[in-house]
Design a protein around this ligand. Structure first.
Ligand code: FAD
Length: 404
């Protein structure tokens, strides 16, 4: 049995989704000696399954109120835009922007649009009405009004790839079942993290000053290992739909009352086909449906939202994914990014991809100053396995259904 290398760290992060990677980048720039541990592929869980919309809050004002959720998120599109344009760190210039804006349209409810416009004056990103001649092809048969909203839609996979590539030396793949042990002095006070690897990497003994859990739904189990309550987390399930085939690239929300009946984002799959990812209310409705039931329900919702749309040559699939968030009393979505600080453990859930910069800012404010050392000093883990990036859901779907 080889001797363990003992490594002192300022911060040890668990979970290389959007939150963990952005945090690693931020800490590196601030001079912290930090390491990021990933149990699966990076971004698996929520980030790669997400629709990638960098919300500015309008979705949360549909009842005509400027809500706490809308307030928390309103500065985010500007931050992401500047990072993507290379004007501020992190460097997200390699992140693919699927669309620089989304469309908003409504089917029947006038109150929804009235409410939305009533609250929009408080938002940083506001919808602008479009002349009919500027409506996109999928909305040509729409009976209501169409707006454009400057919320970017990013490719989550490219975002994860771009951040991970910049910090390869600081990200390790771990085996949480057989190769991870947390030693605590008291609940929430992690002293030592022992890593062993079955594929040949030398065992490691990590001594972190602070441990951060950004492992999405993995946070519950990690908290338990650190002697903390797993009940601090809630899961809210979604059942998402995908269509692939002869579709126009399109990104937008259909507003129906105070909700979005469908939210459509699009990308291109490895076969060159356009894929629509369809969420919004249909993904909530579909939680107790079979894939076929949900596909039929979604087709009806799309017909109501878009009027005429030829999806004859499309294939359909679904995927299930849980949103992982800090628990709220009523089980509803938290208003903002959530951070718990207990002992030397910080547990964090961004709630939304868009809110990751705000989450990282809050975590950084809780940290002691970095210990004086060379931040670029490599961590001796040359033979340790590195995680890959999770593929998007349309590349891993078990079954695609043809139209009946
Ligand atoms: C279907 C869907 C659509 C969404 N669309 C949007 C959207 O359009 N806009 C928006 O702003 N937000 C959206 N969200 C929310 C957003 O995706 C999440 O808030 C965000 O991605 C969470 O990032 P995270 O890094 O906290 O978690 P995750 O992305 O879940 O990453 C957690 C990481 O931790 C790893 N891990 C798990 N357990 C362990 C462990 N024990 N040790 C080490 N690593 C571990 C996982 O493998 C994973 O890589 C959407 C969410 C879903 C589910």
């Amino acid at each position: 049995m080889p001797n363990s290398a003992t490594i002192k760290l300022d911060v040890l992060i668990f979970g290389a989704g959007a939150a963990g990677l952005w945090l690693l980048d931020d800490l590196h720039r601030r001079g912290y000696r930090a390491l990021l541990l990933e149990a699966h592929a990076m971004g698996s869980g929520q980030t790669v399954a997400s629709q990638g919309i960098i919300h500015g809050g309008l979705k949360y004002t549909l009842k005509g109120l400027f809500t706490p959720s809308a307030d928390a998120i309103k500065a985010m599109p500007g931050i992401w835009r500047r990072c993507i344009e290379g004007q501020q760190p992190p460097d997200l210039t390699a992140t693919k922007v699927r669309s620089p804006y989304v469309y908003l349209w409504h089917t029947r409810s006038i109150t929804s649009i009235a409410g939305m416009l009533g609250a929009k004056s408080m938002l940083a990103v506001k919808p602008t009405p479009l002349d009919k001649r500027d409506w996109p092809q999928p909305l040509q048969a729409c009976a209501g009004k169409v707006y454009k909203l400057d919320e970017q839609v990013i490719s989550p996979v490219s975002f994860i790839q771009s951040l991970a590539q910049q910090h390869e030396g600081q990200i390790l793949r771990i085996d949480t079942e057989r190769g991870l042990a947390l030693e605590t002095a008291s609940p929430g006070q992690v002293q030592t993290v022992r890593l062993s690897d079955i594929s040949g990497g030398d065992p490691m003994e990590l001594r972190p000053a602070v441990v951060v859990f950004t492992a999405g739904q993995g946070n519950a189990e990690l908290r338990q290992r650190a002697g903390l309550s797993p009940q601090a987390m809630q899961r809210r399930p979604l059942h998402m739909v995908m269509a692939r085939g002869e579709l126009e690239p399109f990104n937008g929300h259909c507003i129906d009352g105070s909700r979005t009946s469908v939210t459509i984002t699009s990308d291109t799959d490895s076969g060159g086909r356009t894929v629509w990812q369809i969420g919004g209310q249909v993904a909530e409705d579909g939680v107790n449906m079979t894939p076929q039931q949900l596909i039929t329900h979604t087709q009806a919702q799309l017909a109501a939202a878009l009027g005429k749309l030829d999806t004859g040559a499309c294939q359909w699939a679904t995927y299930r994914v849980d949103r992982a968030e800090a628990a709220t009393h009523s089980g509803v979505r938290p208003d903002a990014a959530q951070v718990l600080h207990e002992g030397n453990v910080i547990t964090a859930w961004p709630t939304k991809l868009a809110l990751v910069p705000a989450l990282v800012e809050r975590i950084a404010a809780l940290l002691p100053s970095p210990t004086p050392q060379t931040p670029d000093q490599p961590i001796a883990a040359d033979r340790w396995p590195r995680p890959g990036v999770a593929p998007p859901p349309w590349e891993t779907a078990d079954q695609w259904f043809d139209n009946d």
